[in-house]
Design a protein around this ligand. Structure first.
Ligand SMILES: [Zn+2]
Length: 384
């Protein structure tokens, strides 16, 4: 892998890559619309079959789209290999293309719904596989692509499939977007989601306020307690993102609820933090609290094997002609959390560079496409 010139860095066609990304972007795929996601799964499956990949499609559950897996034509399935992960859903509703997120190119910036997170990266994985087929080349390790339909809502129906595939793999490469000028991701916090429900006692706000027990008041105190768990030194953060409560302006509120977002770094015992949230006690003994939830994505720490994989990727990037760096621990999670937490060497953020994930100005840098496909190709052919 240190030969110069490297044996397999042919010319890649950025325009062809972008045309393929555009085809995938222009099929809108909000996570909750399984039928819409499956329209793209149909296209991706046809693309994969056309290059000779063997596909396995698992029907979606709970209204989500299907999970699509593909094996490289040359694979020997019994050997642990390289798992490349992507998701085909986005956070943008159908109709975004026609209104807020028209596909357009301005110089090096290319805009579109979900183009950065992560249609570009998902397509780049396909394109890299196609590259091997076109060149009549193979990889030392078997290669498996997996596209999931609902990463943006926490992969509730695909987590088990991701973990099962990861456990049969030697390496996992995640095509989530690159950060801050092309950095990849080698560590992510864990993510927990909770719902708190408080029950008080209703009463007339004017006639008998003293008989009421305000669930909203109790919730207000709970919010302050919960957010006080945030500790920027250790990296734990707790945010109450939504609240609801009360029934009418002149009634002491009997019900209130809140959703809680927890992020925990790999160095912290997540179970202990989870218990602190689940075991909240009311300040007002006449109010009752229930909390439901758990860690959704376990933390992803930069282990020795992840460090080694990253160092290898740096060598590959240098051969391609750029310096690959990694970001400091990020609070953003991905499906990369699952394999990394299982101890499988995982490298994330290998997709396109750009910015504005989930935002109105979501965009990729056209100039990042070719070098990052080249990096992926080099990883696929050098990992052994
Ligand atoms: Zn994503």
């Amino acid at each position: 892998m240190t030969q110069t010139p490297p044996p397999n860095i042919p010319t890649f066609d950025g325009e062809e890559i972008l045309a393929g990304i555009r085809r995938w972007v222009e099929i809108e795929t909000p996570s909750h619309d399984g039928a819409a996601v499956n329209r793209l799964v149909d296209v991706v499956e046809r693309d994969l079959v056309r290059i000779g990949a063997r596909t396995i499609r698992t029907p979606g559950r709970d209204g989500y789209g299907d999970i699509l897996e593909a094996r490289a034509p040359w694979n020997r399935d019994d050997e642990p290999g390289i798992l490349i992960l992507g998701h085909l859903d986005t956070v943008h509703p159908v109709g975004s293309l026609a209104t807020t997120h028209a596909f357009r190119r301005e110089g090096d910036q290319v805009f579109g719904p979900g183009i950065y997170d992560m249609k570009a990266g998902s397509y780049m994985a396909y394109y890299a596989l196609q590259h091997f087929v076109r060149r009549g080349r193979t990889t030392a390790l078997p290669v498996r692509l997996m596209y999931v339909p609902e990463e943006e809502v926490g992969s509730p129906t695909s987590r088990a499939a991701i973990e099962a595939a990861a456990l049969k793999s030697k390496y996992v490469l995640v095509m989530e977007p690159a950060r801050d000028g092309g950095k990849c991701v080698t560590a992510r916090k864990g993510w927990g989601r909770f719902e708190m429900t408080i029950t008080g006692r209703a009463s007339h706000a004017g006639l008998r306020p003293q008989d009421g027990r305000s669930a909203v008041r109790e919730l207000a105190r709970q919010i302050l307690d919960l957010e006080a768990m945030t500790d920027y030194d250790t990296g734990i953060t707790v945010v109450v993102g939504t609240v609801q409560g009360g029934s009418a302006p002149n009634v002491v509120p009997a019900e209130a609820c809140a959703s809680i977002d927890l992020r925990v770094p790999p160095t912290v015992d997540a179970g202990e933090v989870v218990q602190r949230i689940l075991r909240r006690k009311p300040h007002d003994p006449d109010c009752a609290i229930t909390v439901a939830g758990d860690i959704n994505r376990p933390a992803y720490g930069k282990s020795a094997s992840i460090t080694a994989l990253f160092e290898h990727a740096r060598v590959c990037a240098a051969e391609v002609g750029f310096v690959l760096e990694d970001t400091p621990l990020t609070g953003g999670v991905s499906d990369g959390n699952f394999p990394a937490a299982l101890g499988i060497p995982t490298l994330d953020g290998l997709g396109a560079d750009g910015r504005g994930a989930h935002a109105l100005d979501e965009q990729i840098r056209f100039s990042s496409l070719v070098p990052r496909v080249q990096l992926l190709v080099r990883l696929m052919e050098t990992l052994g």
